[in-house]
Design a protein around this ligand. Structure first.
Ligand code: SAH
Ligand code: SF4
Ligand code: F3S
Length: 457
């Protein structure tokens, strides 16, 4: 059963391809905020006379929007940079720019590579056209100033997603916490909240352009304040401005998430019952060294409250294995917390020391790499079991799925997510991308649910 009317698609938020203009190719690494930032950059560059392309071969300018959160994220970018350098050796007129978190962290060091023309940090994107003018005269362009008031609130991001169904809306930039392992406050600066009117306008614009789902983004959405509103009030206002759209948000911080946010979720059917609440570790001693400002008990208390107010809510998390000083007992505490909470989903990482962070200055990265890997493997295996259990519970239920795309495996199937964020695949029948359909779940794996549209079984 398809329960939404067909989408009216208006393409005013999409890039316009113009063969006569110079071409920009953007590649994005890192978190959803970076994906949204690339859309802001695309908007600034289109206004400056560029046209977006997905073909590197026709690009005049390549921008790599980068991530510094773990060393392997940076290594991937540097590997990819090599490919662009090869392309530039073949076509010396190609300009290559590094933007985003690595640009902010490494600054002019990146210009030591003579093939890199431009470096711009996350708060310098308005300057890109000016920096490029410099590059055109044969100089290098760099701006890595962090600006306490830059929100890009007046810039309408050019949406670069493939299907026009779900869009990101950033509500804060930067972060005011000092988790000792984390590089983000260095690469993105202090936290600032965006004016709620500009957020609501962007939501309305997306609604008018046929989007069906919005994800509100911030490093710590719960500490949002803007125009006298806190996050709970903003969430309600967004849900009411777009009652036919699904609303999601991330990331929530266990120390800041209020009951008022949970109440706002409970009051609005269109806010998806799903919370990403990174725990990082199940050991209070480790959490203290991480400066997360909550204990294992505080976290479990938060989970209990969520379950009481929102019994159907899915809960996902982030976990770091092998932080400084983590003992085997601490690791067992993480496993037991996972069992206790029964997370629906988790992102799991080995601790990676980041230069200049408090952890790098104060503690020794003393868990041997082999031990980190062994602990991470146990965490991943346990989460696999928990994800499977969470999926098995869905079998036999009929759930509402927002069709986001055709399935990677077969173009006869669509895929999309349930309100609880579970990826679901089903034969497309008469459904279109962008429809919300009722799907009866028949089978599952750790990663996906499989079913059929109700009425077509
Ligand atoms: N603002 C979010 C997290 C942003 S970074 C929050 O506070 O939860 C996303 C995730 O990357 C973090 O939750 C953490 O699990 C992981 N991460 C961050 N720094 C890391 C590091 N130095 N090593 C390994 N994982 C890290
Ligand atoms: Fe990093 Fe902590 Fe801020 Fe998240 S809350 S971005 S982990 S400093
Ligand atoms: Fe990476 Fe920067 Fe996001 S470090 S996770 S791209 S905020």
């Amino acid at each position: 059963m398809i329960i939404t009317p067909p989408r009216k698609i208006n393409a005013s938020v999409r890039p316009i391809y113009d063969a006569t203009r110079p071409k920009l190719y953007i590649e994005t690494y890192g978190c959803q905020m970076n994906v949204n930032d690339s859309e802001i950059v695309a908007s600034i560059m289109q206004d400056a006379g560029y046209s977006l392309t997905s073909e590197l071969a026709e690009a005049n300018l390549v921008l790599i929007n980068t991530c510094s959160v773990r060393d392997n994220a940076e290594q991937r970018v540097l590997g990819r940079l090599d490919c662009f350098v090869q392309e530039k050796k073949r076509r010396p007129a190609l300009s290559v720019g590094i933007i985003g978190c690595m640009a902010e962290r490494l600054k002019e060091k990146l210009l030591e590579n003579k093939f890199v023309d431009l470096v711009a940090g996350p708060d310098a994107y308005r300057q890109l056209p000016l920096l490029l003018e410099k590059v055109e005269t044969g100089q290098k362009g760099i701006n890595v100033l962090l600006a306490r008031d830059e929100m890009y609130a007046d810039i309408s991001p050019l949406r670069l997603d493939r299907t026009g169904v779900t869009a990101f809306v950033s509500i804060t930039r930067g972060c005011n916490n000092v988790c000792t392992f984390c590089v983000v406050p260095f690469t993105r600066g202090g936290e600032r909240g965006r004016n709620p009117e500009t957020i609501l306008n962007e939501v309305r614009e997306l609604k008018d352009n046929g989007y069906r789902e919005i994800a509100l983004l911030g490093q710590n959405v719960d500490s949002y304040t803007g125009g006298g509103m806190n996050f709970a009030a903003l969430l309600s206002a967004v849900a009411e401005a777009a009652p036919d759209m699904r609303i999601r948000f991330s990331t929530s911080h266990p120390k800041d998430m209020t009951d008022e946010v949970l109440a706002s979720m409970a009051r609005h059917d269109n806010i998806c019952p799903c919370i990403h609440l990174p725990v990082q570790s199940g050991s209070s001693a480790v959490l203290q060294r991480m400066n997360r400002k909550y204990s294992r008990e505080d976290y479990l208390q938060r989970i209990e409250t969520i379950r009481r107010i929102l019994p159907d809510c899915a809960i996902s998390t982030d976990i770091i294995a092998g932080f400084c000083g983590e003992t085997h007992r601490d690791h067992l505490d993480t496993l037991s917390l996972m069992e206790e909470v029964r997370f629906d989903f988790a992102y799991m990482f080995k601790y990676s020391e980041r230069p200049d962070t408090k952890a790098a200055r104060l503690f020794r990265d003393d868990v041997p790499d082999g031990e980190k890997t062994a602990r991470l493997t146990e965490i991943i295996e346990l989460q696999g079991k928990l994800s499977m259990e969470s999926h098995i519970k869905e079998i036999g239920k009929t759930v509402e799925v927002l069709a986001e795309d055709v399935s990677k495996r077969s173009d006869k199937d669509l895929c999309g997510r349930t309100p609880q964020n579970k990826m679901t695949v089903f034969p497309r029948e008469e459904a279109e991308i962008g429809d919300i359909v009722r799907v009866r779940i028949k089978e599952c794996s750790q990663a996906t649910l499989k079913g059929a549209i109700a009425n077509y079984e």
